[in-house]
Design a binder for this molecule. Structure first.
Ligand SMILES: C[S@@+](CC[C@H](N)C(=O)[O-])C[C@H]1O[C@@H](n2cnc3c(N)ncnc32)[C@H](O)[C@@H]1O
Length: 256
């Protein structure tokens, strides 16, 4: 015969088990009243290992791991470097670069604080929460005024690495979206021709389809080495990919 306390224990365990199931289910399913929110996307997002990792490591976005993988593959960002971050908000790439340029391993998560061995200049249309030591400009990279501000901040220095995660708000009209992506990447290449060291690197985000082939061609005309890369943190479903250009073919104008 099962004793009273053993029965209680079994019931208790049963309750505990049910509670666990509820927690696990709650983890896997996101409840939302809004019909506008894509529930499948939201469920994928909260269970995404990079979202979980970003939360744990204090990064503002999972995007940090895309740059991390690109950087670790090509050994781009080194102590003392001048790095320009185009399309920087909410700031995960800048946080990652800040960490790489910190002499001591950062305590806690996200961006490091304290000594910064190098410079980081960031720009975005949207505001960005400050990151210690990162110079941020809010504005449109396509406007001459913003290009002048970036040049002024560089103060005649040439960047070692320019990274661009810039993405326009997609309209859904394929040809128009492709043209806007193409325009942003062309501008980033143009910026490098004036402000990147001859041995420097440019990383840009672009999308398969539309403007991909002409942009690879432009990169090949502009850089000695061109490598496409789809980091693991970039979702399989997304046509997003990255191009890395190493070593400018023509010397940056700011140096002439
Ligand atoms: C995918 S997000 C960047 C995420 C960022 N790399 C991070 O790690 O947090 C793309 C950003 O590009 C910015 N953007 C798009 N067009 C831009 C432009 N013309 N000038 C400046 N920023 C732009 C958007 O405002 C958006 O914040």
């Amino acid at each position: 015969m099962v004793g009273f306390s053993a029965m209680n224990l079994a019931l208790g365990r049963g309750k505990l088990y049910l509670r666990h199931v509820r927690i696990i289910k709650a983890k896997m399913k996101v409840k939302t009243q809004s019909k506008k929110v894509n529930k499948a996307w939201l469920n994928d997002h909260v269970n995404d290992p990079y979202v979980i990792l970003a939360k744990r490591e204090g990064y503002r976005a999972r995007a940090a791991y895309k740059l991390k993988e690109i950087d670790e593959t090509f050994q781009l960002i080194k102590p003392g470097h001048v790095v320009v971050d185009l399309g920087s908000s909410p700031g995960a790439w800048s946080q990652y670069v800040r960490r790489k340029l910190s002499p001591k391993t950062a305590v806690g998560g996200g961006a490091a604080v304290g000594e910064l061995n190098g410079s980081i200049i960031a720009i975005d249309l949207l505001p960005m929460e400050p990151i210690e030591g990162v110079v941020f400009f809010q504005g449109d990279f396509c406007e001459q005024g913003m290009l002048d501000k970036l040049a002024q901040e560089l103060g005649g220095r040439l960047a070692d690495v320019v990274v661009s995660d810039m993405a326009p708000n997609l309209s859904g009209i394929h040809s128009a979206d492709a043209a806007r992506v193409e325009g942003l990447v062309e501008l980033a290449v143009d910026f490098c021709q004036s402000h990147l060291k001859p041995q420097g690197a440019l990383v840009v985000k672009l999308f398969h389809g539309g403007a991909y082939d002409p942009l690879v061609k432009l990169f090949k005309q502009s850089f000695h080495t061109v490598k496409p890369m789809k980091p693991k943190a970039s979702r399989d479903k997304s046509t997003e990919t990255f191009l890395v250009g190493l070593g400018l073919k023509s010397v940056a104008k700011a140096q002439q």
